[in-house]
Ligand binder design. Structure first.
Ligand SMILES: [Zn+2]
Ligand SMILES: [Zn+2]
Length: 306
């Protein structure tokens, strides 16, 4: 039997990078410390911030909420029902259950109620994943701005980030590379976006959420099956298995050398329909969903200003 490096109790997890075995108590501490360090290193949160955590029902968002709660941060959660059949209903139900268990206030947006159709229910040449990502980002940000939240935390993890990085390097998408990282700073009508799980792998996160008795959605979105990022993830996993620590070095090296990918100076306009920051006259959300008046996502939130 492997024993915990710190207390000698039975090991719960045997890690390869860093190489050590940890019991349940020390594993939990290890993960939460790692998240806390990432939050400090990238100055993700400061006094007075109003934080919204995006929850999908999946393990990553759940781990984000669990860890932030355990670390003593205050926040509310937002779930977006994307209208993808049973998958979305299950995700919404589980998100409700998670937040109830954790005692966190949950807000829910329903895409079909807001724009009349769900993901996959519109005629378009665009792949569902491409306009789904755009739609989620818009709704999260609009909800945050309409309700006075200035920071949004998402569950993106090391596996997501390395797959994304590899995809963008393979295709030399310089513009995407310049904007990739653990944090996107806030600007006018744009909440700061943070990724507290930036240095944790899927496996780390699965082991962490398993410590708590909170359910999560195991199935992937039915549209993600052919996504390129899954292929990149598999390749990276093979490399990581042979050479533990490669993924973390990959993102750390990228961040150190980010000036190699200078960001273009983009001047944002105001969307003619919704007034949110936009590249063109009408933002991609209002254009895609054919809106002629802005969505009002304001809900009654009593902020504790004391
Ligand atoms: Zn221990
Ligand atoms: Zn717009």
């Amino acid at each position: 039997m492997r024993r915990c490096k710190f207390c000698g109790d039975e090991a719960y997890v045997v890690m390869r990078s860093p190489k050590m075995a940890l019991c349940r108590v020390h594993y939990r501490e290890f993960v939460e410390r790692k998240i806390e360090r990432v939050i400090h290193r990238y100055k993700m949160l400061k006094e007075g911030d109003r934080l919204l955590v995006a929850v999908s029902g999946g393990k990553d968002a759940l781990a984000t909420a669990l860890a932030l709660k355990n670390l003593g941060y205050e926040f509310e959660c937002l779930h977006i029902n994307l209208g993808i059949g049973e998958h979305s209903q299950l995700s919404e139900n589980i998100s409700r259950e998670q937040c109830e268990k954790l005692g966190i206030k949950l807000h829910i947006l329903n895409l079909r109620e807001l724009v009349g159709a769900g993901i996959g229910e519109v005629r378009t040449r665009r792949a569902p994943c491409s306009y789904c990502g755009m739609t989620k980002r818009y709704l999260m940000n609009k909800f945050a701005v309409d309700n006075g939240f200035n920071v949004i935390a998402t569950g993106h993890n090391l596996d997501d980030e390395t797959a994304f990085l590899m995809g963008n390097l393979l295709h030399w998408n310089l513009n995407y590379l310049s904007r990739q990282g653990p944090m996107l700073s806030e600007s006018d009508k744009m909440a700061r976006r943070i990724k507290p799980l930036y240095e944790l792998t899927n496996e780390d996160i699965e082991n962490y959420v398993r410590l708590f008795d909170v359910p999560y959605v195991h199935e992937r979105c039915p549209y993600s099956a052919g996504a390129k990022s899954i292929l990149y993830g598999k390749v990276l996993k093979e490399v990581e298995d042979k050479s533990p620590g490669t993924k973390l070095n990959f993102v750390k090296g990228f961040l150190k050398n980010r000036e190699l990918f200078p960001s273009e100076d983009i001047v944002l306009k105001e969307c003619r329909v919704c007034g949110m920051p936009s590249l063109g006259e009408v933002c991609s959300f209002c254009r895609f969903w054919n809106l002629n008046k802005p969505l009002n996502l304001k809900v009654n939130i009593v902020h504790d200003d004391s």
